[in-house]
Design a protein around this ligand. Structure first.
Ligand code: G3D
Ligand code: MG
Length: 184
């Protein structure tokens, strides 16, 4: 029997969530897995990958403001959250911060690892990951009891994606007593 972890990919619209999901799928494929039988609902993409012999079910949930209220319904089953930030979108950094804050404050998500990805690091006009870290430090304080990390990536070019995925897998496995994986 296999064990599988559910990972929620969240972030504002245009952050690069779908690009990230596609990149991870390209990197790790869906080796040995049955094809997804359920047709993806509008505003949601699902991907199955096997990373270091751990199965991940990745949920890319729509990030437009009117869709964010739907995120709550995914929290119960989530083993980790990946929060994607558009590093070039300084104008919406505050909105981004508030959104992440509301996500990590959710009781149902208590104890789950949170990985923040400073995406679009390939672009000239990006904010540095150090600056983004600083912005999220206050939020990170609330997450003292759980694993959290900010990593720079380019979902488009695939830079840093492997490191991010592997960080996640280590944390998911380490957290398995607290949040047991699904059997399949
Ligand atoms: P979303 O699913 O979070 O809404 P998307 O975001 O994955 O649809 O990406 C939104 C736009 O950002 C896309 O551009 C996509 O190509 C671009 N993008 C995503 N990740 C990166 C990255 O790492 N670097 C760069 N340069 N662009 C990125 P379009 O033009 O198709 O809207
Ligand atoms: Mg998308």
């Amino acid at each position: 029997m296999d064990v599988e972890y559910s990972v929620l990919i969240l972030g504002l619209d245009n952050a690069g969530k779908t690009t990230l999901l596609e990149n991870i799928k390209g990197l790790y494929g869906s080796k040995g897995l049955p094809p997804e039988k359920i047709a993806p609902t509008v505003g949601q993409n699902v991907g199955h990958v096997r990373i270091n012999n751990v199965l991940l079910k990745l949920w890319d949930v729509g990030g437009q403001e009117n869709l964010r209220t739907l995120w709550d319904s995914y929290y119960t089953d989530a083993h980790a959250v990946v929060f994607v930030v558009d590093s070039t979108d300084q104008a919406r950094l505050e909105e981004c911060k508030e959104t992440l804050d509301s996500v990590v404050s959710h009781e149902v998500l208590e104890g789950t690892p949170i990985l923040m990805l400073a995406n679009k690091q390939d672009k000239e006009d990006r904010m540095e990951v150090e600056d983004i870290k600083e912005v999220f430090n206050k939020i990170a304080e609330k997450m003292s009891a759980r694993d959290s990390r900010v990593l720079p990536i380019s979902a488009l070019e695939g830079t840093g994606v492997k490191e991010a995925a592997e960080w996640l897998v280590i944390r998911l496995v380490r957290n398995r007593e607290y949040r047991p994986p699904n059997l399949r």
